[in-house]
Every structure is written in C-alpha cells, then in structure tokens.
Design a protein around this ligand. Structure first.
Ligand code: NDP
Length: 290
C-alpha cells in the first residue's frame, strides 16, 4: 500500500502558482473571502485560505458579516464584489446560517468570479466538458491527486459514495468525462442505495464523500483498490487538546493494508481543496484580462 500525500501534491501546485503569479504584470489576482459568523471550522478554513493566498502572492480581501446578516444584505454584499473590477474570485464560506438560502447565494456570485464552482453555469460546464468554467475545488482536487499519482481512470470502475452538489455529483461527472485521465465507468451511491457493500467491492477506485466517520470498512473494499477519502469528521476525543480528532469516512487502519493507494485524513484531499481554490482564482484573473 502507498499513501497519496495530499500535503506534498498541494505544495507542488502552490509552488507552481507562486511562480505564475510572480510573473504576472500589474495587479495581482485577488480573492474575496466572505465568512458569515464565527463557526470555528469556518474560521480555521478561511484563515488557511488567507494564509495560502499570501504564500502565492494572491491578494485576499476578508469580509466578516455578522451571523444576523439577512439574505438581502448578503446578496447586496455579493453584488458589490461582483461589480468590483479589482476582485477576481469570490468565496462564500459554507456552512451558512440556517436563515440563509445557500443555493441562492452561490447562484448570486457572478459565474466568472465563482472560484468555488458552485454556480449552476459552472456545474453545467462540467457536464458539458467546457473548460472555460470553474470546477468546484474538492472534486478538482481529487482528479488532480489521481492524475499526479498516475492513476488513469480509463476503463476502471469508479464508485462514488455520496451525491452532494459539492463533492459527489461533480466528481462523478469529472471521472466520466471523455478526456485523458478520466473515461471511468462510474457508479454513484447514496443513502437509498441497497446492497452498498456489494457495489463498493466492485470499485477499482472508491471515492468516499458521505460525512460518516470510518463508514467504509475493510469488507467493503476490493483488494488492490485506490481509495480516496474525502470525509472530514470531528470525533470527540478527550485525549486531544482540541477535544476532538479528525477522521475520514474510511476506517483507515483496517482498509489501508488492502489498497494499492489511499489518501489519509488529514493530509489527503483537504489540502488539495485550498490549492485548487487558488488555481481557480489565478484562472479567473487570467480570463478577466482577456
Ligand atoms: P453531504 O452531507 O452534503 O452529502 C453526503 C452524501 O452522502 C449524501 O449524498 C448522502 O446521501 C450520502 N450518505 C449519507 N449517509 C449515507 C449512508 N449511510 N450510505 C450511503 N450514502 C450516504 O456531504 P458533503 O458531500 O458536503 O461532504 C461529505 C464529506 O466530505 C464530509 O465529511 C465533509 O466534511 C467532507 N468534505 C471535505 C472536503 C475537503 O476539502 N476534504 C470538502 C467538502 C466536504 P443522500 O443524498 O441520500 O442524503
């Protein structure tokens, strides 16, 4: 079994972007990071995005509206960022408070600044294999991890556990694309799937994105499979300073010995999400200059 080291692969992408940004004449790419309220996970995600942007030479503008912000006020804030020619990309950190319609907010972001890739138009471009759009960061990161680990999906059975708009559906569409590295035969499973383990056992490549700690156990995995664990779950753990430990959707200790390749949690898909966000921001800047 070999580990796919997301930290190393993300660091390589960040180094490439740093070089690209250093060579850009004039105004550097700029990302607006909008964080509503003080959700601790969101605070840490936005901090990480800000830090990575600084490392690359991407300017970040942090907007911290209070949790009491209304839908209309948040739309107005996004409209202002959409209209600002010095902002290339806009990221609205999830989760949003319950009183906010998050899909409406994701659709409010101008498609050409939608570096998170959540806008209907950008998701549609993934389905149409139109590369002028933005692919959402986690699915793009998974494809990049596979490509840089020399995993070609052509002719292989890819099973995706989870059908969310943010991970499951777009990664299934990407694996299915008729292009080099993809061309997988894709099955998507969800909470209404019956005989789940019989399906996952057929996977040459298993992508787990369901948000349930250590859900995928050794009996669900075909020996020699490539396993990509997208899950980031906080499990209470009194021995940790934070009071919790991070675990994926895969029972790593028992599954890893079976696999040809597997991503750890943390240090697998997670770092790739931030790297791909920066890649999208640099792309948005490049496209806006045309
Ligand atoms: P969602 O909760 O939006 O979707 C979960 C999906 O899993 C749903 O499609 C759901 O099915 C399915 N599911 C839930 N329980 C089961 C079950 N028992 N059997 C089969 N399918 C099941 O989650 P996300 O896609 O947003 O995130 C998934 C995980 O990935 C989370 O742990 C999240 O923290 C992590 N994540 C990690 C990122 C990273 O950067 N590494 C980025 C984004 C997410 P149904 O549709 O039927 O309800």
């Amino acid at each position: 079994m070999d580990l796919i080291n997301g930290n190393d692969i993300a660091a390589a992408i960040i180094a490439e972007l740093k070089q690209e940004v250093a060579a850009l004449p004039g105004r550097k790419p700029c990302i607006a990071l909008v964080r509503v309220g003080e959700d601790p996970a969101s605070v840490s995600y936005v901090r990480k995005k800000e830090k990575t942007a600084a490392e690359i030479g991407v300017t970040s503008r942090i907007l911290l509206p209070p949790i009491s912000i209304t839908q209309d006020e948040l739309c107005q804030l996004i409209d202002e960022l959409n209209a600002d020619p010095t902002v290339d990309g806009i990221l609205v950190q999830s989760p949003l408070p319950k009183h906010i319609d998050d899909l409406a907010i994701f659709r409010r972001v101008a498609p050409e600044k939608d570096v998170d890739g959540f806008h209907t138009l950008n998701l549609g471009k993934v389905a149409q294999e139109d590369e002028t759009g933005f692919v959402s960061c986690t699915p793009a990161g998974i494809m990049e991890l596979l490509a840089r680990s020399q995993v070609d999906l052509k002719g292989r059975h890819v099973v995706v556990l989870g059908r969310s708009l943010i991970v499951g559906k777009p990664v299934a569409l990407l694996a299915l694309q008729k292009k080099a590295g993809a061309n997988g035969t894709v099955t998507i499973c969800h909470s209404a799937t019956t005989n789940l383990s019989a399906i996952t056992r057929l996977a040459d490549v298993l992508i787990a994105a369901i948000g349930r700690p250590e859900f995928v156990t050794a009996d669900m995995v075909k020996p020699g499979a490539v396993v990509i664990d997208v899950g980031i779950n906080r499990v209470p753990d009194a021995t940790k300073k934070t009071g919790y430990r991070l675990t994926g959707d895969v029972a790593f200790a028992s599954v890893a010995p079976l696999c040809s390749l597997i991503t750890p949690v943390p240090g697998g898909v997670g770092p790739m999400t931030v790297a791909m966000l920066m890649k999208n921001t640099v792309k948005a800047h490049r496209l806006s200059r045309r």
